[in-house]
Design a protein around this ligand. Structure first.
Ligand SMILES: [Zn+2]
Ligand SMILES: [Zn+2]
Length: 433
């Protein structure tokens, strides 16, 4: 029987309200018990001395582009899940905008079998809403749920056809799985490279107005209200969108949303030197947007944090800003960025950040009892050194791609170890399986 005793760490588990220095025993892939009971039942278990470390549930990322199949030059299930483990993530949800798009049971089976052989963390895939993500014809919804789709999304593309979104949300209500939407009015956003505001005007770049996002958020909330389906707004980024989410929640609509670490910590000023690594979709907003997102994280309008880890090659990113693709990687910097930029300055409590990266995404996707360290829950754990300072370097990434705007930054908060199903997969800067 495999068993692991983690001693002397500060156990922080927001879902159970536990925050104390104690032992935790992991046995046969599950959380077994705590404290003196854990010490006495450990027997010949392996032991990790976590003195001075934070012990938390492993992070859950519900928005990860792993690029396989089709763009293995950018990332694979092998490399992407290693990057996840290095970032403290124990579960990721790959986005189906691959080549081919994951829109059939064959595609889904490929991802699951590749995860079985190559992944070092749990992989909970989504399927596309429409065939080929063309926005025209809905996939075999029930079939894909049966074969393991944990949600449906055409992310990478907005769903412009409201009739399609209506039908998708009706299926959502029927099968109790969320529709995750990349909210963007295609016509309003067309040709834009960054947020429409004074920075875009100064740079002479075509901007994307905030209303391109908020219009679709408003429509999705209305359709969720109409159908009873669950709409999850991906990577909410603009203040004006939050009003619709808040109003929907107040009306009892099944609407949830996520925010990325980059939208919480960066603004469109990052584009001032034409840094293509800061070109993301949705684009980085103004400082008012960033402040509103932080406020919405604190007051519960925003349900959880997700990375939108979007790997791209240097060749693609080394183009003029108007031609470079949207996206940045995020798995390996997410926690340290949030800790350095939001927790240390006293903006957001550590416990809330951990909750929004663990039990909160588990709740959105019905992954419970993942996301907590309650007895019987999967033994997915992260050990963090909150005092460790480190510099983000290109060479340091386990991801195949290096497109991060945080390269060169000093951050605080280092992942010491990542444990998946009771097995240590990452420790002291290395994958150990
Ligand atoms: Zn998106
Ligand atoms: Zn995405």
């Amino acid at each position: 029987m495999n068993a692991l005793l983690i001693k002397n760490g500060r156990l922080l588990d927001p879902a159970s309200g536990r925050d104390e220095t104690t032992s935790i025993l992991l046995q046969d892939g599950r959380v077994a018990c705590f404290g003196a009971e854990a010490d006495s039942q450990a027997g010949d278990a392996d032991v990790i001395d976590a003195k001075g470390l934070l012990v938390a549930p492993g992070f859950i990322d519900i928005h990860t582009h792993l690029r396989e199949p089709g763009r293995e030059d950018k990332e694979t299930i092998y490399t992407g899940t290693r990057a996840a483990a290095a970032g403290g993530y124990t579960t990721v949800c790959p986005i189906p905008n691959t080549d081919p798009v994951i829109d059939t049971q064959t595609g889904l089976k490929f991802v699951l079998s590749r995860a079985e052989s190559d992944a070092v963390v749990n992989v909970m895939p989504f399927a596309a809403v429409t065939r080929g993500q063309k926005g025209e014809e809905i996939v075999e919804f029930g079939d894909l749920v049966y074969y393991g789709a944990r949600g449906f999304t055409d992310d990478g593309h907005p769903i412009m056809n409201s009739e399609i979104m209506r039908r998708a949300l009706e299926y959502s209500a029927m099968f109790d799985v969320p529709i995750l939407d990349h909210c963007e009015d295609a016509a309003l956003a067309d040709g834009g490279s960054m947020h429409e505001g004074h920075v875009s005007t100064k740079l002479g770049l075509k901007g994307i107005p905030a209303v391109a996002e908020s219009l679709q958020v408003a429509r999705d909330v209305e359709l969720a209200a109409f159908t009873g389906g669950h709409i999850h707004i991906m990577h909410v980024s603009k203040e004006v969108s939050l009003h619709h989410v808040r109003a929907g929640k107040a009306r009892g609509v099944k609407v949830t949303c996520e925010v990325t670490p980059h939208h919480l910590t960066l603004t469109d000023d990052e584009l001032a030197d034409f840094n293509t690594c800061a070109k993301v979709n949705p684009c980085l907003g103004a400082s008012d947007d960033r402040e509103a997102l932080i406020e919405a994280l604190l007051n519960g309008t925003i349900d959880c944090i997700a990375t939108d880890h979007a790997p791209h090659t240097d060749i693609e990113k080394d183009q003029p800003i108007t031609d470079a693709p949207f996206g940045m990687i995020g798995l390996e910097t997410a926690f340290a960025v949030l800790y350095t930029e939001l927790v240390l300055p006293g903006r957001v409590p550590l416990e809330l950040i951990i909750e929004k990266m663990t039990s909160a995404p588990a709740k959105v996707l019905h992954f419970e009892p993942r996301g907590t360290l309650a007895p019987g829950a999967p033994a997915d754990v992260v050990l963090i050194d909150l005092d460790r300072k480190w510099e983000v370097t290109r060479d340091g990434f386990l991801s195949k791609s290096k497109n991060s705007p945080y390269v060169g930054r000093q951050l605080q908060g280092g992942i010491e170890a990542t444990i998946v199903g009771g097995r240590v997969v990452y420790r002291d800067g290395r994958i150990v399986v």
